[in-house]
Ligand binder design. Sequence first.
Ligand SMILES: Nc1nc2c(ncn2[C@@H]2O[C@H](COP(=O)(O)OP(=O)(O)OP(=O)(O)O)[C@@H](O)[C@H]2O)c(=O)[nH]1
Length: 460
Amino acid sequence: MFSLTDPVKNMRAATIEEEHQALLQFLYLAPVGLAQLTTDGEIVMINPLSAQLLMPLSRDGSLNNLFTTLETVAPELRHLCASFAKPYGMICDAARLPVNAGVPGKSDPQILSLTLLKLDATRLMAVLSDVSVQVKRERQLQQHEAWFNAILHGMTDYALVSLNGEGGIEQWNESLKRVTGLEEADVADRSYSVFFPDGTTTKDNLADRLHEADLNGWSLQEGYCRRADGTRFWASTLITPLRLGNDDAAHAVAIRKDMPDSHSYCLVIRDIHEKREASESRRKELLCDHLTGVANRRAFFDAAELELERMRRSPRPLSLVLFDADSFKSINDRYGHPVGDAVLRHFAATLQETFRQVDVVARIGGEEFAVILPSTDLPAALAASERLRAAVEDACVEIDGVRIRYTVSGGVASMDADVSSLDELIKRADTALYDAKADGRNCIRTWKAGHVRRLKMVMS
Ligand SMILES: Nc1nc2c(ncn2[C@@H]2O[C@H](COP(=O)(O)OP(=O)(O)OP(=O)(O)O)[C@@H](O)[C@H]2O)c(=O)[nH]1
């Protein structure tokens, strides 16, 4: 009521009126359902969202009393309020009320959340919201967790490891110890390289597998894995990216726009030495040279193309060395073909001993071998090739009581911006090998611009 005589009173009354209007507007627009009640549940004031949420529960289409409206889903509510002795406070906090059970395959159950506050001796405030989506998500998470736990602990032959985006080990199941013998202290916060014997992986090579898992959905390899005691076993290792489901991804993006992408992987290690024995002969037949046991031409070209592809995707050095036994014809002529074969086997074994396991040693011609050296630049490839040459020179091969010494020559080339294909890289290494032969044999030469020479059997 405005007073004609007291302007201060008038101003205060206007302010109160404005605040009242603002409060009503807030109640009207609030993104949660709000209702003011008497302690008997009579609804004194209700905002539109509350009315919308409660209407499906009303039997006669009216919303006069909250306790009556919620009788079917929360029959204890009236008693709960009546027995709340404190002068004010929270009567119930986010109680979940099942509005309807949904239709399997058609609609989800609808769940309301109700918080009831006692404001004073005569007034209650109800806060209502629809939490159906949140409840659904929670249930999905629980199901996923149960499913994951069943896999994690039920599969005793499979070591399961979760990796972060850089290949760091984050979690593992109990089977890891059974399969590898490795304990927490051996793996926690380490790179997943700990699962492989020394020399069988490089930093690039480990990153490649993660990239390939992203590109193809998985990366599967068979090869040696390492046990805690240093012994090795033949295993299959499967890496798959762990992706959030579409709904979850959208949700995660919506709430965590500021966070970097939390990329992770699952690594599954399985001891398959028995399977390996069964498939070994077939694998050898397809990919190994029958005389020396190293990779054959087909395996060489496959491996070289793969390395080139990896290098193009994520640039890093790559070298190739071609080796050729010197004057091998004279060994054959002097000691006979079988002795020549034994020398070739010795040559192959020395190559495998000298180079790393990530390097691919292949026999690509009669007495000619190739080695692919991933993540290796020209000086490092030259140094390794020189070690090989010296090892052969120093060795004395004894075959059927005959002691034979022999030497080898090598040509080294590395990928650079001017080399666009595997053929060109091979041509360069072959030119360098020719230089080594021309320089008197038993030496290693690197490719130099301007040298052009033979295109022997490697290209055929
Ligand atoms: N024992 C044996 N000899 C082989 C095999 N494949 C190729 N050869 C021989 O290797 C010899 C290669 O001779 P050349 O190409 O003339 O070369 P080289 O005598 O090694 O002379 P440089 O390469 O110039 O040092 C030939 O006598 C082939 O018969 C094989 O599988 N076993």
